[in-house]
Design a protein around this ligand. Structure first.
Ligand code: URA
Length: 240
């Protein structure tokens, strides 16, 4: 039986912060079964109680899916004895025991990372066979050569001879030395190495999207929020 405090249940299942959930409960916006419940620590049996928020049913989901805007200097790992990790940035209201990042960003990279405790979801997101594309914004140390779009489109060859899958290079701005690239695999330092293959260094890298999901620009670096149910389904290519 999955039992939660009411404010935590509302926060995790409705995708709002614990303090927003707590205020909503105190304001009488939450009904449990047939009764308005203003006690934030009331216990909810997730499988049997029926919870309504502003009159709308709040469905229980076994897993949690979190969008984080990763800052530089944080490791894409669940835990580390010395360094701060992406999981350390998740507030208690969204914390679950087996939370891990679905995919990695380098320590100096920033932007969208998804944290979940759903292994199957992670597999579907990361499997190269699924061809989920990721969108990156990059700043470079020079102008993008004319040949780069074609080279990336054909599949860049990295310094060790590894051939990449075709990628899309776009939004090239050779005045500001920046561009966007979409890749659908996740080799080690792949974007940096692809640009190295055309004679450039990446000096800033931000992941802006994973498949159809874009980073919520309302999230400052280091902030996160639960994905909405429809966003999870969007990522899985299914209907809610
Ligand atoms: N490619 C890189 O080189 N680094 C990242 O962090 C992500 C993709």
């Amino acid at each position: 039986m999955a039992v939660f405090r009411l404010d935590r249940f509302i926060a995790t299942q409705a995708g709002i912060s614990r303090s927003e959930a707590s205020s909503a409960v105190k304001a009488g916006r939450v009904r449990v079964n047939n009764k308005t419940e203003k006690n934030v620590s009331a216990k909810i049996d997730a499988e049997n109680d029926r919870v309504f928020f502003d009159g709308n049913p709040v469905e229980y989901s076994e897993f949690v899916y979190i969008m984080l805007n990763k800052p530089a200097g944080v490791l894409s790992a669940s835990r580390d004895p010395k360094m701060k990790t992406v999981v350390d940035l998740v507030p208690d209201s969204l914390r679950r025991k087996n939370l891990f990042p679905a995919g990695r960003l380098d320590r100096d990279s920033v932007g969208l990372i998804i944290l979940t405790d759903d292994g199957q979801f992670c597999h579907r997101l990361l499997s190269p066979k699924k061809h989920v594309y990721k969108t990156y914004f990059v700043r470079l140390d020079g102008a993008v050569p004319d040949s780069a779009e074609r080279i990336f489109g054909d599949g860049a060859v990295l310094e060790d001879g590894t051939k990449c899958l075709p990628a899309r290079l776009f939004d090239i701005d050779n005045d500001k030395y920046c561009a966007r690239v979409q890749i659908c695999e996740g080799k080690f330092h792949q974007v940096k190495r692809m640009f190295n293959s055309v004679g450039l260094n990446v000096i800033y890298l931000k992941r802006e999207g994973i498949g159809p999901l874009s980073l919520d620009e309302g999230l400052a670096e280091g902030q996160c929020r639960a994905l909405k149910r429809e966003e999870v389904y969007l990522m899985l290519g299914e209907n809610p």
